[in-house]
Design a protein around this ligand. Structure first.
Ligand code: TXA
Ligand code: MG
Length: 318
């Protein structure tokens, strides 16, 4: 996606106001946090979030970290109790991300959490990030601001190097003080587990909780990205891929010139399709739908990630 020249915004009131306005307008804006630069979009706007994956050239939809200005805002989005509340109080704002049960009606777009029931939340500490989140007034989904497969960006120059022309703007706050991504903690039966080591030392978390953190067991052959540790959302209905027409009894999801009961994008637009994907998959849990089919999606651009996700949703399961 080429969106013209990427604006470099100064770390002042005008720059913050411009960055917030661009986010409200559904555009992508990179911004500094104490850990690394994030590639931000309005987490409530599915199309805006789809543009993050497009800009990064990600071949699959990883769930993203949702950034908010305060614990109070975080509580509007997720259930924060027990050990999660203790960690939030001890380490927010700061380089800690908590994976928490998402509240119904949180307003977070399905694509931001890759359809999971959980949401990764973080309250960053850097003043400029705080100012931007406060000016914007809502949740900002942001992975690290680097193209897929490259190292995280810790200066505005790194961001421009990797994403020039692919995002609307970068808010230049100088180098990130921590320079390493946030520590990610999830919860299993209410007990904290370490999903990714990062800016907050594990020892500090253990001292706060009074017990040692474990790492969830994984298949040694499986990829170790935190997003892949959790089984992805799979719809109840059986799903047939690459269908040009529905068979009897099938609920049809169209794309482009292939019509359906619903469509990922009537105009064949892959960004629109990505934005709708997770809400449509969720529809397949409706009791009345036992079998569904989806039209072929081109294997280019965001189509790679859409097809990857559809294959997982269609995979046989026990
Ligand atoms: O410091 C950071 O964490 C930076 C700044 C920008 O906040 N962000 C960052 O985002 O590193 P990203 O997308 O590069 O890494 C986020 C990780 C991914 O590996 C993703 O799979 C995991 O968080 N994640 C997000 N939501 C999750 C969820 N609901 N369950 C498990 N893992 C999740
Ligand atoms: Mg990253």
């Amino acid at each position: 996606m080429r969106s013209g020249k990427t604006e470099r915004l100064a770390a002042d009131a005008d720059g913050i106001a411009r960055a917030a306005a661009l986010l409200l307008d559904g555009r992508r804006v990179a911004f500094p946090t104490e850990t690394v630069y994030g590639l931000g979009a309005d987490a409530r706007n599915a199309t805006a979030v789809a543009g993050i994956f497009e800009a990064k050239g990600r071949p699959s939809f990883n769930p993203l970290i949702v950034h908010v200005a305060s614990l109070t805002q975080a509580q509007e989005i997720a259930e924060i109790g027990g050990d999660a509340a203790r960690l939030a109080e001890a380490f927010w704002p700061g380089p800690l991300t908590l994976v928490l049960p998402r509240k119904a009606g949180s307003g977070i777009a399905g694509i931001a959490t890759a359809g999971l029931e959980t949401v990764a939340l973080r309250v960053p500490e850097m003043e400029l990030a705080q100012d931007l989140l406060t000016a914007f007034g809502g949740p900002v989904a942001a992975p690290s601001a680097n193209p897929s497969g490259r190292v995280s960006a810790t200066t505005a120059d790194h961001v421009i190097d990797g994403l020039e022309g692919r995002i609307a703007a970068v808010l230049d706050g100088g180098p990130c003080p921590v320079g390493l991504e946030s520590t990610i903690v999830g919860f299993v039966d209410g007990k904290a587990v370490l999903l990714r080591p990062g800016g907050v030392p594990v020892e500090a978390i253990e001292a706060c909780l009074g017990y040692a953190l474990t790492t969830p067991a994984t298949d040694p052959d499986a990829p170790t990205s935190p997003g892949q540790l959790l089984s992805h959302y799979a719809p109840n209905a059986r799903l047939r891929l690459g269908a040009v027409a529905a068979e009897p009894g099938e609920f049809m999801i169209g794309f482009g010139c292939v019509p359906g009961d619903v469509t990922l994008s009537a105009s064949g637009d892959l960004t629109e399709a990505a934005a709708r994907l997770f809400e449509l998959l969720r529809m397949l849990d409706d009791d009345h739908i036992t079998a569904a089919a989806v039209a072929p999606i081109p294997q280019t651009g965001l189509g790679l990630a859409i097809n990857d996700r559809l294959r997982r949703a269609a995979a046989p399961r026990d």
